[in-house]
Ligand binder design. Structure first.
Ligand code: HEC
Ligand code: HEC
Length: 231
């Protein structure tokens, strides 16, 4: 009984967070207007981006495959819209400013070296790199539990197969190193990420993360995401 009340409350939170519940007609019109007025998304110059990426390679690797010893995740496997979103977040102090965010603090100065054109260019270059193969490091998660929890809670925003949903600004989770997923989920749970004013998308994720019951559930969900990578 307790569990089901919690689930219902959580579902309402998810629906509110992803903007469901308003009249569908109204929403469509609103969206169409926005699309019509929105200028074309700048694509970025991969050649200029390659020069900029030289600095990034020290931590993220020559092939943007990520370097665990530096705490820096693979970028080659992530979607462009999300890479740009995070670079903007670091640049505008929405991410990497919390006193306990040691890894975010290492990343932040490099995002601040880029302007919006630079972000588009470096993201365009990263897009040219083939997806990196990643290894699993978390071995004590229960895939079946993780699958159930993922489908109940996470799938609404991160999509089936954990591929991310651009319209919801949510990242791909499959193909991201498990040690990085764990750190980020725990950062959200502890309010190290997603609590700065103006970080709308981070706040949505943060709200969900605080409802994850325990560390084992985090490991279980990650084990499930790892199993998708193996498929
Ligand atoms: C000094 C090491 C270092 C350098 C240099 C560096 N990064 Fe990072 N980067 C990190 C670390 C560490 C993280 C993880 C931060 C965290 O845990 O929140 C990160 C995170 C990121 C993220 C967020 C990824 C995600 O999925 O959340 C992006 C995007 C990124 N870096 C892009 C870049 C780009 C582009 C450059 C070059 C302009 C760069 N980084 C240079 C260390 C670095
Ligand atoms: C209400 C929608 C929503 C739900 C439900 C949700 N997320 Fe998210 N998640 C997001 C958004 C949006 C972001 C991007 C936040 C940002 O821009 O900083 C995100 C970011 C993340 C990140 C950071 C990845 C990275 O590379 O930086 C992880 C990990 C994550 N979510 C895992 C989960 C897991 C696991 C669940 C289920 C327990 C879940 N999310 C449920 C919307 C959601």
């Amino acid at each position: 009984m307790k569990q089901s009340i919690k689930t219902i409350a959580l579902s309402a939170t998810i629906l509110a967070a992803i903007g469901c519940g308003s009249a569908p007609e109204e929403k469509t019109t609103e969206k169409e207007t926005v699309v019509a007025e929105k200028p074309a998304e700048p694509t970025g110059d991969a050649t200029k981006g390659q020069a900029l990426y030289a600095t990034c390679a020290t931590c993220h690797g020559q092939k943007a495959e990520g370097i665990q010893a530096m705490g820096a995740p693979a970028l080659a496997n992530q979607e462009t819209y999300y890479l740009k979103q995070q670079l903007q977040n670091f640049r505008t102090n929405k991410r990497g400013t919390h006193e306990k965010d040691a890894f975010g603090a290492q990343m932040q100065p490099f995002a601040k070296m880029l302007d919006s054109d630079g972000i588009n260019d470096v993201a365009a270059y990263i897009k040219t790199m083939p997806a990196a193969t990643i290894a699993s490091t978390i071995t004590d998660g229960k895939v079946e539990n993780g699958k159930n929890y993922y489908n109940m809670i996470c799938g609404a925003c991160h999509g089936a197969g954990a591929l991310g949903i651009e319209a919801l600004f949510s990242p791909k989770l499959v193909g991201v190193q498990d040690w990085y997923l764990e750190r980020q989920i725990n950062n959200f749970r502890e309010g190290i990420r997603g609590t700065v004013e103006g970080d709308t998308h981070g706040a949505q994720m943060q709200q969900i993360a605080t409802s994850i019951p325990d560390d084992q559930t985090v490991k279980d969900v990650i084990a499930y995401i790892n199993s998708l990578q193996a498929e």
